[in-house]
Write a protein that binds this ligand. Structure first.
Ligand SMILES: [Fe+2]
Length: 261
């Protein structure tokens, strides 16, 4: 399995604090069957600044340590970039890292709302041939209330990543319901752990896929896993299986529209 959103690099943010933490996390990932992990330290979120060169340097160093320790997992570069006014300029200054050197960029909105300039940002990123993946929209208060507003961002060219812990109830009932509702409305393209620490917030990727298989069917697991593979290979995402539930009414999209892009 591939995990595209993790805080596994040591000492860069509120994830792994030291190399030992990283090694413990990496071993836990291997025991779940994870072979490839994209490191996505927070960047420009007001608390942490982790520019591209810093992330690349730490990723290289940790891969050497993992190899020396005999842990069979590969770490690739990435960032969880907070949506901020300077993002496009920062891209041009080469401070922003897409996921695994692909065209996919993991972006984080504030938890309370969708930024006013979000649609414009998605458009500007598309002009740069970048495809934004919105991190954990199920934890965004505006999306929880108005999922059609996430649909609007997706129609504009964005994708969305749900977090394993949300699906499994780790953030409470409301977020769990929101996560499954977005899944069933076809508004989620990727599942990943957002792992910070083995005990506080581990991976649970195998568990989340098992739950998706039970509730939505094996074809959804294949779809989500193939999208994670597409990020590593820098290929377009796959066509979604039929939606499990189309009952919400608010979300009506022509899925083929954005897969053309
Ligand atoms: Fe994160």
């Amino acid at each position: 399995m591939i995990d595209i959103h993790t805080h596994i690099l040591p000492g860069l943010d509120d994830g792994a604090a030291c190399t030992d933490d990283t090694l413990i996390m990496a071993r836990a990932a291997v025991s779940e069957g994870i072979t490839t992990i994209i490191a996505t330290p927070h960047h420009a979120n007001g608390a942490y600044t982790n520019t591209a060169d810093k992330v690349a340097e730490h990723t290289h160093a940790i891969n050497e340590q993992l190899m020396a320790a005999g842990v069979p997992v590969t770490i690739m570069t990435g960032q969880e970039v907070r949506v901020h006014d300077d993002l496009l300029d920062a891209w041009h200054r080469s401070e922003i890292l897409p996921l695994a050197s692909s065209c996919y960029l993991l972006v984080e909105m504030p938890s309370s709302r969708i930024p006013k300039a979000m649609l414009e940002l998605i458009h500007e990123l598309s002009l740069l041939k970048l495809k934004p993946i919105i991190a954990h929209p199920e934890r965004n208060a505006e999306v929880v209330k108005h999922p059609e507003r996430l649909a609007e961002l997706i129609e504009a060219g964005a994708f969305a990543q749900v977090t394993t812990h949300s699906l499994l109830g780790g953030f409470g009932k409301r977020i769990e319901q929101s996560a499954w509702s977005l899944m069933k409305d076809g508004l989620i393209h990727i599942v990943s752990s957002d792992a910070h620490h083995v005990e506080r917030r581990g991976f649970r990727l195998r568990e989340a896929y098992a739950s998706i298989e039970r509730r939505m069917g094996e074809q959804w697991v294949s779809y989500l896993q193939s999208n994670a593979q597409s990020i590593i290979e820098d290929k377009p995402f796959h066509i979604q299986p039929a939606k499990v539930s189309s009952s919400k009414g608010a979300v009506r999209r022509f899925l083929s529209y954005f897969y053309k892009n």
